[in-house]
Design a binder for this molecule. Structure first.
Ligand code: SAM
Length: 267
């Protein structure tokens, strides 16, 4: 199943990368700077879909609970933010500074524009995230908070600083930037390592994805399931919870999305 701007789908034919079927595509092999942000956004986030609504609720509940018990303030990171603002929105009340870290120049420009002029669907996501959660409801205008707190920087998930951030998100990145399992694991280790010990985090993964197409370009994916993901977080995080979200609304045949919440470091 392919779509012009699909997120990493499951069970599609092997990625045809550069016109030929290839076995391994490393992160460095891809032309990220021309990632078609508008097309990706249009397909995935221009309306709030049921699966994303469920994920948004899970991560907002996690941050509301953990950040209440362990007040954070300080700095947040969304690693590989792409053309998605809802992970950043979920962190907004808990950080004075929300870094949207992105390798692709196209996505950095798109993010800067969206911070100034958010698309209407982010209001729908904000309603889902904030509804019934006081800390979020206390933010009087999320657009203003976004403009004040969020900023965009060039960043490589494999080269993040160590123990720097108080909370973080990484959505559809580790498994969707490479076909190589070792790079998938390295991205998770680097992301969690960029957080301070006990920092709450949320991450999302496509299950069993074998590649995806955005605006006519093919991108690689590393097929992973719950046990791969659980193993990758086992030694580096605690209070880790996984939930698999069915995504039947428009993507029948997908194996679903896996959302992980937890806190960085060993207990
Ligand atoms: C499938 S998209 C996910 C985007 C977004 N986080 C979301 O939730 O939809 C993968 C993203 O990872 C970015 N990316 C690729 N390689 C990266 C790297 N080495 N470091 C940081 N981001 C990277 C891409 O530019 C793209 O925005």
């Amino acid at each position: 199943m392919t779509h012009p701007a699909a997120r990493p789908p499951a069970a599609i034919t092997p990625v045809l990368y550069g016109g030929a079927t290839v076995r391994d595509v490393a992160n460095a092999d891809c032309d990220w700077d021309h990632f078609d942000s508008a097309s990706y956004f249009e397909h995935n986030y221009s309306t709030a879909r049921q699966a994303d609504i469920e994920i948004a609720r899970i991560i907002a509940r996690h941050f509301a609970e953990t950040c209440r018990v362990y007040p954070t303030g300080g700095r947040a990171i969304d690693a590989g933010a792409g053309a998605n603002l809802y992970p950043a929105l979920a962190m907004l009340p808990f950080a004075e500074d929300v870094l949207l870290s992105e390798r692709a120049e196209s996505n950095r420009l798109w993010l800067k524009d969206q911070i100034e002029h958010p698309a209407p669907s982010w209001t729908d996501f904000w309603r889902v995230i904030s509804g019934g959660r006081k800390t979020y409801e206390d933010v009087s205008d999320f657009r203003q908070a976004l403009r004040r707190r969020a900023h965009v920087e060039e960043g490589d998930v494999f080269a993040l600083p160590t123990a720097e951030y108080n909370l973080g998100t990484m959505f559809f990145v580790a498994e969707s930037i490479t076909t190589m399992n070792k790079e998938f694991r390295r991205a998770i280790t680097s992301f969690v390592g960029s957080l301070k010990v006990k920092a709450p985090f949320a991450a999302a993964f496509m299950k069993d994805s074998s590649g995806y197409r955005v605006g006519g370009r093919d991108y690689p994916a590393c097929p992973v399931d719950e046990s791969d993901i659980r193993r990758s977080f086992a030694e580096i995080a605690h209070d880790v919870k996984l939930e698999t979200i069915e995504d039947t609304e428009v993507r029948s045949g997908y194996a679903g999305m896996i959302v992980v919440t937890g806190r960085a470091g060993k207990k």
